[in-house]
Design a protein around this ligand. Structure first.
Ligand SMILES: Cc1cc2nc3c(=O)[nH]c(=O)nc-3n(C[C@H](O)[C@H](O)[C@H](O)COP(=O)(O)OP(=O)(O)OC[C@H]3O[C@@H](n4cnc5c(N)ncnc54)[C@H](O)[C@@H]3O)c2cc1C
Length: 386
């Protein structure tokens, strides 16, 4: 259930194992958070678990066409982020963790960074990390590519078909009910319905600790003379992340969740981005890339993140036998979708929890065993989502 990047990836990987798969979405493929995603693919994670899932997924994005037969339009941009003097110990610990995990990240001085990124003001940074392999993809092409490739492997894809309920008998899943189409009988249901998952799971006795956070994205046309397209930049001090968008634009959003942005509902009545938010993002970004003061707003959008208490996903079997959930993808769902789809498909097919997702079990919050950063971000303030 759910044709976002997660459900479509699971369908692709399940079909690859020769299982009979029906992928159902109430709207169209990528009509949920996936269609609103910034779609950054970086390996800059504070925990080995995140780095490993991100590394596997990045490799898949790089091979997407060979793996699926479709393009996800992955573009390698490189990734830069800096630390001020007081944060250098945390910076070095994080860089060391990534290097131990095989990420090709290197430490740059501000001078080296501005040679590579001439439009950047790095004057307040003591050191920067550069990962040459990071990039971004087209999230709609990615989910669609997974879904079409699943079809080629024999899956059925149903769009515009909301699942009303998951049907159980004697604590076993027996099917899903669609309006007008009766029951699709099945022993296994993967509930990957993004922001709708918690409400769909509740009638089955599954409580998922998920809250909703608004995410705003602005598209800014870079001024003539800006120079080469910028790399992905995480600015923890200015609370912005940015990446190039196609050839001439920059996409920018906020790094941190703010309690002010936690929202009661899982859907926005209006997903347009307020003009004052675009102005705020432009002004923040201009402190890091001064010539962006002359950038031209070209629009943007707002979406909703589904966030767990440790800001890591829940990927697990839950409730009645045969039910699996992938929910609370927080700010990671896009970039981790290839690896999470593979691992969840393995779980569904074998009934054995793959080691790579065992820490993402639902019970970790009651067990007081959340995913903990091994090398917390320098200058971290609050949760970080993109
Ligand atoms: C503004 C923003 C920026 C982001 N930037 C990044 C980023 O840079 N990098 C990154 O990795 N992640 C990013 N994310 C997070 C990422 O986009 C999400 O984690 C990811 O898209 C979640 O995918 P999903 O498949 O779980 O959910 P979704 O994409 O929401 O898919 C769920 C699907 O389920 C369907 N559905 C719901 N109810 C039913 C039902 N009853 N029956 C059938 N279908 C149903 C919906 O129609 C939807 O298509 C961002 C998110 C936002 C909001």
């Amino acid at each position: 259930m759910g044709g976002g990047c997660i459900g479509a990836s699971v369908a692709f990987h399940l079909a690859g194992r020769g299982l009979g798969v029906v992928l159902v979405d109430k709207g169209h493929i990528a009509s949920g958070a996936t269609g609103h995603s910034g779609a950054l693919v970086r390996q800059h994670y504070e925990a080995r678990l995140g780095i490993r899932l991100a590394r596997e997924s990045l490799g898949f994005f790089q091979r997407f066409a060979a793996e699926t037969g479709f393009s996800c339009d992955f573009r390698t941009t490189g990734f830069l982020s800096g630390a001020r003097t007081r944060d250098v110990p945390a910076f070095d610990a994080l860089l060391g963790l990534m290097q131990q995990e095989g990420v090709r990240a290197v430490r740059l001085t501000p001078g080296e960074a501005t040679s590579a990124e001439p439009s950047l003001d790095a004057s307040d940074y003591e050191a920067l990390v550069y990962d040459p392999d990071a990039g971004y993809a087209d999230p709609i092409a990615t989910a669609t590519g997974f879904a079409r490739a699943a079809e080629r492997r024999g899956a059925t894809v149903l769009e515009g078909r909301p699942v009303r309920s998951i049907v159980t008998k004697h604590k076993d899943v027996t099917g899903v009910r669609l309006p007008g189409a009766g029951l699709i009988e099945t022993e296994r249901v993967v509930l990957a319905a993004g922001n709708w998952t918690a409400a769909l799971a509740r009638p089955l006795g599954v409580r998922l600790p998920i809250r909703f956070v608004r995410g705003d994205v602005a598209i800014l046309r870079r001024p003539i003379g800006f120079g080469p397209p910028p790399k992905i930049h995480f600015d923890f001090y200015g609370n912005t992340y940015s990446r190039p968008d196609a050839d001439k634009d920059t996409l920018a959003g906020y790094m941190d969740t703010s309690p002010r942005k936690t929202i009661a509902r899982h859907e926005l009545a209006d997903d347009s981005v307020p003009a004052r938010t675009v102005r705020d993002l432009r002004s923040r970004l201009s402190k890091r890339f001064p010539s962006m003061e002359r950038s031209q707003p070209r629009g943007g959008w707002s979406g909703v993140y589904d966030v767990t208490p440790d800001a890591y996903p829940i990927v697990d079997a839950a409730g009645p036998r045969g039910l699996f959930v992938a929910a609370g993808l927080s700010g990671h769902g896009f970039k981790l979708s290839p690896a999470l789809g593979r691992l969840l498909a393995e779980y569904v097919a074998t009934d054995r929890t793959p080691e790579g997702i065992a820490p993402l079990r639902t019970s970790r919050f009651q067990e007081r065993a959340p995913v903990r950063p091994e090398a917390p971000f320098p200058a971290r303030r609050g949760d970080r989502l993109p």
